[in-house]
Design a protein around this ligand. Sequence first.
Ligand SMILES: Cc1ncc(COP(=O)(O)O)c(C=O)c1O
Length: 380
Amino acid sequence: MPGVFSQLDLTPNRLTLARDARAAQGDLIDLTSSNPTTQGLIFPAEILAAAATSYWSARRYHPDPHGDLAARTAVVEYYARRSPPLVLQPDDVFLTASTSEAYSLLFALLADPGDNLLVPNVTYPLFEYLAALRNLELRFYQLDEERNWRINARSLRRAVDERTRAIIIVSPHNPTGAIVDAPLATLDLLGIPVICDEVFAPFTYAVSDTPPLAALHPDLPLFTLNGISKLFALPDLKLGWIVLNRPARVFAPRLELLNDTLLGANALSQHLLPTLFAQGETFVRMMVDRVRANLTLALQRFADHPRIHARPPAGGYYLFPAIDGWADEERLVLYLLERGVFVHPGYFYGEVPGCHIMLSALTEPTTFAVGVERLYAALI
Ligand SMILES: Cc1ncc(COP(=O)(O)O)c(C=O)c1O
């Protein structure tokens, strides 16, 4: 059968089946959620409802390949408030349906089938599928666990070849939480366009800010991606953006055509965006505080554990601890499932030496605390 994914085995994997079977028995703590709306983090409905009211009577369809100007202006103002600030013009912003769609557009903008993109190992397992849509190869650069998952510059240089069209950096990184907090000389040296995914930007833990990578590399073509899925816990309202820095502006005319081809950004969500920035701050702070409190609870609990080695992440939602005494991550996760707690195995995110698990501190706090206790007891 021709077509993308035609060779892929689509039968559910062993862990999914085991999790479903264990969940059916009841009393399973799932520590893997990345979905704020199932963890009680609901953006205030009254703010959304009030902001939507003015949309309905005035609604007319005037599609703009960049997106609605008021929404783009709100994005520009958001980056001006960041530390350090990133100075932009509204035309540097392209609104999309999501960060995932933004990636897809950029892959089409920057690469031809057979070209390659550099992505971190370990990483969020979406890139493989997005790259397949364009028949692109992924090449991996390493993160150094002992340096709290900082980018290994030598492996980045080694991964580049003549068909490398972009370097993807996720900061804060999913799932290790690493944040790029200083310019990376290697990136300037290579001069290859960079795509920086900062969907976890407000979620800082061991550091106080997520600096926009584009502000650290003003001379490198850099595309910054974000959206409302994580920033405002609104994954259902489908809105993301691509921000071009000055050296990336040469790509704007073609990106305009690509975005015009899909016009994926929902007009109502664009209309809401200025209000989200203006009135969403209290909610975002509450959400960030919840994640921080969960991370602190887990780190304190695991501090004296002989097998669980968790270090404070710079940011993000997750913990990605190394587990001593286990060689097989799948067996470990199945063992934990039997003891009533579900986590992801490290191999979901790439190939890292040793044994790792991923747990999400987005989880509702009472559930999270029980899950942490179960992990502690199961692995002692
Ligand atoms: C690092 C990262 N980038 C992008 C996304 C997807 O964001 P969106 O919902 O805007 O497509 C996720 C979702 O979990 C993510 O973890």
